[in-house]
Design a protein around this ligand. Structure first.
Ligand SMILES: [Zn+2]
Length: 335
């Protein structure tokens, strides 16, 4: 609970972005100083004793006031044309040699949304690489039937140390996770495969809902005014969430597995399991979901790791391990 007390909504977004509101999918606006209304740390947020627990901060970047975008073409249609058959590669037509690399998986189509690749084990995982090249400040309801609205999608945080922006890192990790999950037999749907798309947080959640996903992983990086803050945290709904509270227990089970395995693979700090009903991208979910904050781009050391392909692979492997564990005791929903 210590983190709760220390919780600070610091509004750092991108270096140049207006400080705004927090939350990857529509957090409260900055003008409504929030700690009171904001996330509650799960009672069991498992922070190992003695760890230097930093104050988890939401990805402040979501509903921010990024430069309004010209509306781009809705990308939710025509996106289900993803090839569903694995690409045949040369390697598959010849006897494997000991030096052959891991089997390749079908490529993604550029800048697609709702991009599905079939697997073999019956489980469907939806991966949502947070944000996109340009945010969209048009408003959408924070939850089904809600009068409160949030920006459709913000542009996210960014490295302050010369690295790439959050939306880029998010996709890099998401594509690694996709490959790993496909290798493990899962059907994988990407909410986006490129940066030049325009999909709102509701639309991203609906992709997971429509697929009746066994798990929905929303991939983000975090930011904080305090440059010393670092670590991995995962957000999901409280049991009292008016839109999907009954999914709390499943989400918690999923995210506990994800966090545990991500920490094991990466050695990153544990910034906790965090419960919040402020994210539209969570509130609209009707499947187990987690908003994974992989680390703080405002911490120079952690940002350097987030920018590193080998570290990104460990993040992805940790998520895949967590998915494996969570689903090991659950039958495929779509079979
Ligand atoms: Zn984000």
């Amino acid at each position: 609970m210590r983190s709760v007390m220390k919780y600070i909504l610091s509004g750092l977004c991108t270096a140049l972005l207006v400080i705004g509101t927090a939350g990857c999918s529509g957090g409260p606006k900055a003008s409504t100083p929030e700690p009171a209304t904001l996330p509650v740390i799960g009672p069991d947020s498992s922070v190992p004793a003695g760890t230097d627990q930093t104050s988890p901060t939401r990805d402040q970047t979501e509903p921010e006031t990024a430069a309004p975008t010209e509306p781009t073409l809705p990308s939710t249609e025509g996106t289900s044309e993803a090839p569903t058959q694995p690409r045949t590669t040369e390697a598959e037509t010849t006897a494997p040699r000991p030096t052959d690399p891991a089997p390749s998986v079908p490529d993604v189509a550029p800048d697609a949304t709702n991009f599905r690749t079939e697997g073999t084990n019956g489980y469907v995982i939806v991966i949502d690489p947070g944000h996109q090249a340009k945010g969209n400040n048009a408003q959408e309801p924070v939850g089904p039937g809600a009068s409160e609205t949030k920006a459709k999608v913000s542009s996210g945080t960014a490295s302050r140390f010369g690295g790439r922006a959050e939306y880029q890192v998010n996709l890099e990790v998401a594509l690694k996770l996709r490959e790993e999950l496909l290798r493990r037999g899962y059907t994988v749907i990407m909410t986006r495969t490129g940066h030049n798309v325009d999909i709102s947080n509701i639309e991203r959640a609906e992709i997971a809902n429509n697929a009746n996903a066994d798990a929905f992983l929303r991939i983000h990086c975090n930011g904080n005014d305090n440059a010393s803050v670092q670590g991995i945290s995962i957000y999901y709904q409280t049991p009292a969430n008016p839109y999907n509270g009954p999914l709390h227990d499943e989400a918690k089970a999923l995210n506990a597995s994800l966090l545990d395995h991500m920490l094991r693979r990466t050695g990153a700090r544990n910034a906790g399991l965090l419960e919040s009903d402020a994210y539209s991208g969570i509130n609209w979910c009707q499947v187990p979901a987690g908003l994974i904050e992989m680390g703080f781009m405002t911490n120079q050391e952690e940002d350097a790791r987030l920018q590193d392909g080998a570290y990104q692979m460990q993040l992805a492997l940790g998520m895949a391990d967590g998915v494996d564990e969570f689903l090991s005791t659950r039958a495929p929903k779509n079979r």
